[in-house]
Design a protein around this ligand. Structure first.
Ligand code: ZN
Length: 432
């Protein structure tokens, strides 16, 4: 069994001024508590919610006795999460600040602070008592509500001050039965491609995440500099323009599409998805010509972590098992001969030092992930044609099975399944 989680964002109807006022006050108190607590937590190196609560609960309660007591809990959760991620960044040298900034605040609610009143309204506990909020449900909301998902007790609320609405983040959960895999589909992610190996066929999806991140980074920098020169560093117009860059949306759109393609194939074939186990450290060798630490971190997050997380989430939702494999040397060793593959400088195609056959770097990685997954679970998976770990020289050779089919971004981004991708005449005859 695995538990799938989905956050659904629902807006409230526009609220009367008087009611919205209550939430502005609530947000003010909440923000103040979070700010104080984050400062305290970071200063004392506290990242545990329980510890923070033990130390600060009483103080928080006496600070705003008019607030329902459970806000003291959720503030501790919120603050410890912020402190934890800040200290992590700090440790890796990815921030120059001494303390995190509390910019955007969403109010964390637990089961004592909100409840469903009807299918289209919720109640929120405030310093002025319970307040009813009418929601504007949409297709996705109904889909989860009626589709066997249950509403979790945690929720978040953000204020949309311009439109006097609340933005409610509801969490749906569902237990999904995981199937027993009959085989594997292995996925190798790097900063510009995602390689997928299904039944001895390798696909190389162009993602260009690296270029997307880099491109936006430099554009943003240019805009920043221009505005700083014209209006000084704290100009509002700048914020609006930067927002329009929509880097985030573009990236996440692509990664979800990719995750959909992979998980759909896995489910149809009843295969497990094999992923590299990513360490905490950004994959330095892969992004080695990016000198800026922060930038490298972002590329790492966008491509490696981002794609993996999307696949994990989709897989959980559909009961597809995910297997993690230590990626050490996965692109350096020939899966057939267990010998080193030699890449001449910067080239993604290398030659096996024993068998002399050519390999594409990402495809090698996929094969090795697959092999390690099979060894790891010794399972009921169908045998890999001719491939074995004992190094016996098997003919992958002339049929060029390890030549990946390259699928450009503009092509795959419009499709939903590998099948369709394959049938498209445009990708035939493409080489690297
Ligand atoms: Zn070889």
């Amino acid at each position: 069994m695995s538990e799938a989680t989905k956050t659904v964002v629902v807006r409230s109807t526009p609220l009367p001024r008087k009611v919205f006022r209550v939430f502005i006050e609530l947000e003010g108190m909440y923000r103040n508590m979070v700010e104080q607590l984050v400062l305290y937590a970071v200063r004392n190196g506290i990242t545990s919610f329980t510890r923070l609560k033990a130390l600060k609960y009483r103080e928080l309660r006496s600070l705003y006795p008019q607030l329902p007591s459970h806000y003291a809990y959720t503030v501790c959760q919120d603050a410890s999460t912020r402190a934890k991620s800040f200290l992590k960044l700090k440790k890796r040298g990815l921030t120059r600040r001494d303390y995190p900034e509390v910019n955007r605040v969403s109010i964390w609610l637990d089961d004592h602070l909100w409840r469903l009143k009807s299918l289209m309204s919720i109640e929120i506990a405030t310093h002025k008592g319970w307040v009813t909020i009418e929601l504007e449900p949409h297709k996705q909301y109904w889909k989860y509500l009626n589709g066997g998902w249950r509403l979790a007790s945690e929720a978040k609320v953000k204020l949309d001050k311009k439109n006097r609405r609340l933005i409610v983040y509801l969490v749906f959960k569902k237990c999904v039965e995981m199937f027993k895999p009959r085989g594997f589909i292995s996925v190798d992610v790097n900063e510009n491609h995602v390689a997928v190996l299904v039944d001895d066929k390798a696909f190389l999806f162009e993602t260009g995440f690296r270029d997307i991140v880099l491109g936006y980074y430099y554009r943003r920098k240019r805009i920043q500099e221009r505005y700083d020169k014209l209006y000084g560093a704290s100009c509002r117009a700048r914020g609006r323009i930067l927002k329009r860059l929509k880097e985030r949306r573009k990236k996440s759109d692509l990664k979800w599409k990719l995750a959909n393609i992979v998980v759909r194939v896995a489910r149809e074939k009843q295969y497990a998805v094999v992923l590299e186990e990513l360490g905490e450290e950004p994959a330095k060798e892969m992004i080695n010509n990016v000198k800026d630490d922060q930038l490298r971190h972002r590329i790492y997050q966008a491509s490696f972590k981002g794609v993996q997380r999307a696949i994990e989430e989709k897989a959980r939702e559909h009961g597809v098992p995910v297997i993690y494999i230590d990626p050490k040397n996965t692109s350096r060793m020939c899966p057939v001969h267990n010998a080193k593959i030699v890449y001449s400088n910067g080239c993604r195609i290398g030659r096996c030092s024993k068998g002399g056959e050519l390999w594409h770097r990402d495809v090698v990685a996929c094969y090795n992930l697959l092999l390690r997954a099979r060894v790891g679970n010794g399972s009921n998976a169908p045998s890999l044609r001719g491939l074995s770990l004992d190094g016996s020289p098997m003919p992958l050779g002339s049929t060029a099975t390890h030549d990946p089919t390259v699928v450009t971004r503009t092509l795959w981004a419009r499709w939903k399944s590998l099948d369709k991708t394959l049938k498209n005449p445009k990708i035939k005859g493409m080489t690297i």
